[in-house]
Ligand binder design. Structure first.
Ligand code: PEP
Length: 247
């Protein structure tokens, strides 16, 4: 089976005004010779502008969340269909910040994944344990259950990726050891194979959590790591490109 192209996706979170589009332009310029796929997931309001600006480049644009319904009385929410209509190609779902701050359960994430697929978006589904869960020796079990319950059967044969993001590594400067990353990624791969069969060998398993230019090569070349989901270091073109170029 051909190895899938790795994906480096930047999650801008609630950061970025129109002036920040200059960073996206610089990322597209520097990513012209990227060895993998590159994506930026800006705040929803920037998506149409960014899609227009990046059209013709090899940088994809994604959303950071989407509602499970296509439309309706959900004040303040954005649907997958709306993201698609705005030009997005991917969408991050089940990020730990949404699981924690908005009480998103695996079941909710699974419904969002179904909505994303129905809208024609490629989901990046996030999973990851808290520090307490890791310290209790439960990390593998917790993440395995998140993968099982957050990924609906409709994903079979579809383009998607899973992002393993230990909650304690996000925005903290802490990262698991290479051995810990490889152990978890192998576990996620085994779970995907059980759920979706051998075809899921091409599903990229991204690592996320304090990926920066100095640690990127070590992480990206670890076994079963198919790319990275990058928060803080995706906001500046120089830092993000330092990670893209570590592929
Ligand atoms: C994230 O929020 O998905 C993330 C990985 O953040 P950071 O790179 O800042 O740790």
């Amino acid at each position: 089976m051909t190895a899938p192209k790795p994906l480096i996706a930047g999650n801008w979170k609630m950061n970025g005004l129109r002036a920040s589009l200059a960073e996206a332009r610089a990322i597209a310029e520097g990513a012209r010779t990227a060895k993998g796929r590159v994506a930026i997931c800006p705040p929803a309001l920037l998506i149409p502008l960014m899609c227009e600006m990046l059209s013709g480049t090899n940088v994809l644009v994604g959303g950071q969340d989407a509602h499970w319904e296509a439309a309706g009385a959900f004040t303040g929410d954005v649907s997958a269909q709306m993201l698609k209509d705005a030009g997005a190609q991917l969408v991050i779902l089940g990020h730990s910040e949404r699981r924690a701050a908005y009480r998103e359960t695996d079941a909710i994430v699974a419904r969002k994944v179904q909505a994303a697929l129905a809208a024609g978006l490629e989901p990046i589904v996030c999973v990851g344990e808290t520090l307490d869960q890791r310290n209790a020796g439960d990390a593998l079990a917790v993440v395995t259950e998140q993968v099982r319950a957050s990924l609906p059967p409709e994903l079979a044969g579809q383009a998607f990726s899973v992002a393993y993001e230990p909650v304690w590594a996000i925005g903290t400067g802490l990262t698991p050891t290479t051995a810990e990353i490889e152990q978890m990624h192998r576990q996620v791969r085994a779970t995907l194979t059980t759920m979706f069969g051998a075809a899921s060998e091409t599903v990229p398993i991204l690592y996320g959590g304090s990926v920066k230019p100095p640690n990127a090569a070590g992480i990206l070349h670890a076994a079963e790591v198919g790319g990275a989901l990058v928060g803080g270091a995706s906001l500046k073109a120089e830092d993000f490109l330092g990670i893209v170029n570590a592929l």
